[in-house]
Design a protein around this ligand. Structure first.
Ligand code: PRX
Length: 648
């Protein structure tokens, strides 16, 4: 069986692509017909990239949770919506059917209501990967509150900044979270984040690890108590219900903070209807989901991948989504393969960094694991090198599973450039073709459409900065509280284009290969970090005078963080000073932002106007010593030699 908007052949892909570009309104209204609306839209699309203003399905009324849950109940109530695999393989798996999911989400929506949460309020969610995290997200969506999920690896300071930016009044958290051998004290981090906070009224705490926590009277309540009370309110004579709030198509669904090249992370805002249509459409087509398939996306719901391809996309499709609490290497490096075998996973979607890390353990962890259920493999988050691609294809997919390389971003809501499994051709380390509705264009520095470089050997390749010409339903609508920032970040680099921040190549067949960020954004193990953000954290250390951070190629992480630091001269022990800096970064951002290398320097290469020449620092970090370009215009060219000599 295929879904109404499923592309099932290469010919259909070309046909649909053409239709989506020639007449986007007709195309997307055709797709949107397949969802549940409380009221149909008046206008399919209204847009300009100048402001920017993007409106899809204007006038339409709906609630995404009715699409993700209620509409499946009559036919699939007893089917698993979420299969949850715990961190510890000895612990029991939990299977949440669509009926059960409906009940829990309604119950939690009632809890939110009981605690004063209303439509439009911001609710921050800081939890481990437990099914309750999905209930929390969907509970917010059900009553129209705007969720802002924060990844469990972020520090108290990062949470405090996000709470403040979103002016969040509610928090949902856990006592702790299990990740591998670690027990992360989430509630205690929240307590630290709340010191001095004046907006948060209520913290709801789910018990997972039984870590001792302090519960503040009048502010903190237990999830379990609240749910018990709500149960009696929503269930009358065996009928469970909590009415889904009527949402405007363009009402915000969630905020997700992500790093940019300047300043603090920005709150990317996605709207209800467009995001729903895009995540569902892309899920069905990229993964060629068939009813009954078990889809295992290994991301954390704290990132966009988890939002779109663990929660919203799969559930709106009526799929079975496998949610894993732990990490790929605990208790051993066979954990993913054991899960695939145990749950007969059909679609596995993970990150190149995980593949590279597991590759390093050789084939031993695969022994005795039956992977024959797998039909489709996917990757996301960073460029995949050919070696990892082939290892994945040969050892995991046994060369019979199409590998989809999905390129997208927090801002795009769902995959934009990717092969469609088994339908459009794959090309190792190429994301390949745009999905219908996506019109990529490669531009040069001046914003002119780039042309192929005839000097390139073998094929005519075009290189340039990747932009998109027109909106698709899942594009971000704004950055929370600061629309101007959204305009400046994405819509001013090149006129009338959305600029992705990525560089890319295009071959003669129209395939795209993403080469990486061209702005000051790092991609470390698939985690996005701004160099400025890491520098700000390093500079918080009392002994640091100034710092400059660049990325460098790292075998497993994709990119590692290289920090050049000017430290005040009084320190005696380099190693201790480095540890102090790492500790500071962990406090300010989180352990994910800890530099891999710290080099103490006496100065930084700067132009006469005081701008740090990162290009030079990047080259040195990459191991380049000769072709550093013209350094004669630097304020102090001598510093370059010193930095080169001290390279780690
Ligand atoms: O540089 C691209 C890289 O990840 C960036 C987006 O990061 P984030 O918003 O955290 O979202 C990650 C998950 C969607 C992009 O600007 N990226 C993502 N997917 C790919 C990729 N680079 C190459 N190939 C990909 N498939």
């Amino acid at each position: 069986m295929s879904y109404p908007f499923q592309i099932t052949s290469l010919e259909q892909y070309h046909k649909d692509y053409k239709k989506s570009v020639d007449d986007p309104e007709a195309f997307w209204s055709g797709v949107a017909e397949n969802f549940q609306w409380k009221k149909k839209w008046d206008k399919v699309l209204e847009w300009n990239f100048k402001e920017p203003k993007v409106e899809w399905f204007r006038g339409g009324k709906m609630n995404i949770t009715e699409n993700c849950i209620d509409r499946h109940l009559s036919t699939m109530g007893d089917k698993p919506a979420i299969i949850w695999e715990p961190n510890n393989p000895e612990e029991r798996t939990r299977v949440v059917t669509y009926n059960r999911l409906h009940k829990r989400v309604c119950q939690f929506a009632q809890v939110l209501k009981n605690n004063g949460v209303k439509k439009g309020d911001r609710v921050c969610i800081y939890m481990g990967m437990v099914p309750e995290l999905a209930y929390a997200v969907l509970g917010c969506a059900r009553i129209g509150a705007i969720h802002s999920v924060i990844f469990g690896g972020f520090s108290a300071q990062s949470i405090a900044d996000r709470l403040d930016d979103a002016q969040a009044e509610y928090i949902i958290t856990c006592d702790g979270a299990y990740r591998g051998s670690k027990d992360i004290p989430l509630k205690s981090v929240i307590d630290d984040a709340l010191i001095g906070n004046k907006t948060v009224k209520r913290v709801i705490v789910y018990t997972r690890t039984r870590t001792p926590v302090s519960m503040l009277k009048g502010r903190d309540v237990w999830w379990e108590d609240e749910m018990e009370h709500a149960e009696s309110q929503i269930e009358k004579e065996g009928v469970v219900s909590f009415p889904a709030e009527e949402m405007d198509a363009e009402d915000p669904l969630f905020i997700l903070y992500t790093s940019g090249s300047t300043g603090k992370p920005k709150g990317v805002v996605h709207s209800c209807a467009g995001y729903m249509v895009w995540t569902t459409y892309s899920f069905v087509n990229v993964f060629q989901y068939n009813p009954g398939d078990i889809h295992f996306c290994t991301a954390d719901i704290g990132w966009i991948t988890g939002h779109s391809y663990i929660v919203y996309g799969p559930l709106s499709t009526g799929a079975t989504s496998l949610m894993f609490e732990g990490i790929p290497t605990w208790p051993d490096a066979g954990r993913f393969w054991e899960i695939v075998d145990k749950h007969k996973v059909n679609i596995l979607y993970t990150a190149p960094t995980a593949i590279r890390s597991l590759m390093g353990f050789g084939l031993e962890p695969l022994k005795g694991k039956d992977l024959s259920s797998l039909k489709i493999l996917g990757t996301v988050g960073e460029p995949i090198n050919e070696e990892a691609w082939h290892w994945y294809d040969e050892n995991i997919g046994k060369k019979k599973c199409p590998v989809v390389d999905t390129w997208w971003q927090t801002e795009t809501g769902g995959a934009l450039i990717s092969n469609l499994a088994g339908v459009t051709p794959s090309k190792p380390s190429w994301a390949t073709l745009p999905l219908p509705g996506i019109q990529p264009v490669l531009v040069d520095e001046n914003g002119k459409e780039a042309s192929p470089n005839p000097a390139e050997v073998g094929a005519l390749i075009t290189a340039g900065n990747l932009c998109i010409k027109a909106p698709w339903p899942g594009i971000l609508r704004t950055t929370w509280g600061d629309h101007e920032r959204c305009r400046l970040n994405y819509f001013t680099a090149y006129e009338n284009l959305y600029f992705t921040g990525d560089g890319a190549l295009k071959d003669e067949q129209g395939n795209y290969r993403i080469t990486g960020r061209v702005d000051d954004v790092l991609n470390v193990s698939g985690h996005r970090l701004g160099t400025a953000e890491v520098e700000n954290a390093i500079n918080m250390h009392a002994g640091v005078v100034e710092s400059a951070v660049v990325g460098y190629p790292h075998d497993i992480k994709g990119q590692g963080i290289y920090a050049y630091v000017i430290f005040n001269s009084k320190h005696v022990d380099d190693e201790l000073a480095k540890k102090d800096i790492l500790q500071t970064v962990t406090r300010i951002i989180g352990a994910i932002a800890r530099p891999d290398k710290i080099q103490f320097v006496s100065g930084l290469p700067k132009t006469r106007s005081g701008k740090i020449m990162r290009r030079i620092l990047r080259k040195i970090a990459e191991g380049e010593t000769e072709n550093l370009g013209d350094i004669s215009t630097l304020l102090d060219p001598g510093v370059v030699e010193e930095i080169k000599n001290g390279k780690l």
